[in-house]
Design a protein around this ligand. Structure first.
Ligand SMILES: Nc1nc(=O)c2c([nH]1)NC[C@@H]1CN(c3ccc(C(=O)N[C@@H](CCC(=O)O)C(=O)O)cc3)C=[N+]21
Ligand SMILES: [Mg+2]
Length: 315
């Protein structure tokens, strides 16, 4: 099988340079499949999937992410809109907008960009989104469905993107030792749930900031997933030779040699770990682009499910 052949390629790679798992390229492929499905839904069912993103306040990083989400949904042929609200927005005002989107039948996916201003309780907003439009998969109904294996819910975009990367890179997961570092609701916990699914069948260990002798755990990993939120935290001595390393981290650090004076680094010390691992995702260009691609894929599925249109297969 093609997938197994590429896994072998990674293992026989010269020592000193892990194979790069190109998330930007895989994400382009996912977006191309999404665009094809959008075209089919329009042509055969008169259905245009729609994604509405709500941005509260003026956090510059959030503004960039939100612009990319709208741009990529429009490029895939979808209806994409961004609703911008001031930083002084109250929780009631935001919930009123969410309610309007819940009721709007042109809207199939709703995403409220995090983080929110302090006066707004994120849990209340997440619960306000209709679960069948919750393409982030943060609503307790979708979290629960993921854990018990009900397939009509959504999986959160970042861990779902990691699953696609592992699949495309031909990384064997059945019976493999996978160590997830980080236990957040948006990455670590759902990542573990996806890896434990029947049919995936990984053996999952979840580590976190209170784990005793973290390196003893990470060194046993065939696949190491770093979602800690601390720049270059995973060093070469923490990685088993030949392991596959997935870096979910996004940390902006000072770098006077760049134009902006800052630079993005992952949770993995890339240069050092690259000489130990067999395959590794870069930052940027790894998991990040997959997050948005999976958001589009979830929105298309939401549209199909809300309209009662059958899956054409191939997803
Ligand atoms: N409700 C909600 N849902 C989210 O999914 C959500 C959110 N809030 N708040 C913020 C985080 C962050 N996030 C990213 C998406 C794409 C990239 C991405 O495309 N990164 C590129 C470029 C990074 C850059 O250059 O800045 C890369 O890694 O190559 C990064 C981060 C989604 N988030
Ligand atoms: Mg991310």
């Amino acid at each position: 099988m093609r997938a197994e052949a590429s896994a072998t390629d990674a293992v026989v790679q010269d020592e000193g340079s892990a194979r790069l798992i190109d998330g930007a390229a895989v994400a382009r492929g996912v977006r191309a499949r999404v665009a094809e499905e959008v075209a089919r839904l329009k042509a055969e069912h008169g259905l245009t999937p729609g994604l509405s993103v709500v941005l509260v306040g003026d956090d510059p990083a959030s503004a960039v992410y939100v612009r990319n989400k709208e741009k990529q949904s429009v490029e895939a042929g979808m209806r994409g809109e961004t609703i911008r609200m001031p930083a002084t927005t109250t929780q009631e005002e935001l919930l009123a907008v969410v309610d309007r989107l819940n009721a709007d039948e042109r809207v199939h996916g709703i995403l409220v960009q995090m983080p929110l201003p302090k006066q707004i309780e994120p849990a209340a907003v997440i619960r306000g989104i209709r679960p069948d439009k919750d393409v982030d998969a943060f609503h307790p109904a979708n979290v629960g469905k993921l854990l018990i294996g009900e397939r009509d819910g959504f999986a959160p975009c970042t861990p779902a993107g990691v699953m696609v990367l592992l699949e495309e890179a031909g990384v064997p997961l059945k019976g493999a030792e996978v160590v997830v570092v980080g236990r957040s609701n948006i990455v670590g916990k759902p990542m573990a749930a996806l890896l434990m699914q029947p049919g995936v069948d990984a053996t999952v260990t979840v580590c976190h900031s209170r784990t005793r002798d973290l390196a003893a755990h990470t060194r046993r990993a065939d696949v190491l997933i770093a979602a800690i939120g601390r720049g270059r935290f995973v060093t070469a001595d923490m990685v088993k030779p030949g392991a596959v390393v997935i870096d979910v981290g996004m940390n902006r650090i000072d770098d006077p040699t760049t134009k902006t004076g800052t630079r993005l680094v992952g949770d993995v010390d890339f240069d050092a770990v690259r000489s130990v691992a067999s395959a590794i995702t870069p930052v940027p260009g790894g998991v990040g682009p997959m997050t948005i691609a999976m958001l589009l894929a979830n929105t298309v599925r939401a549209a199909r499910q809300l309209a009662g249109v059958a899956d054409a297969g191939a997803r």
